[in-house]
Design a protein around this ligand. Sequence first.
Ligand SMILES: [Zn+2]
Length: 69
Amino acid sequence: MPPLPKRKYPKSRQGKRRSHLRADAPGLVDCPQCRSPRLPHNACPVCGTYKRRQVLDIKTPELPDQRPS
Ligand SMILES: [Zn+2]
C-alpha cells in the first residue's frame, strides 16, 4: 500500500472554505403604517397591513379577564 495523505484537504483549507458559511440576518424594512420593523414583501404582523391595506385580523390582547375567586 502506498503512503496516503491523511485527509483530502488540510484543516486550514477547510476552515477557509467554511469562513463563508453563516446565516445572514434577514432584511428588515419599516412598516409604513406603524413604523415597526417587518420582513419585506410580507404583511406587517403588528398592524396587519400590506401596501396600506388591511389584510390580516390582528387580535389585540384583551384585558386580563377577572378570574372567579
Ligand atoms: Zn405595521
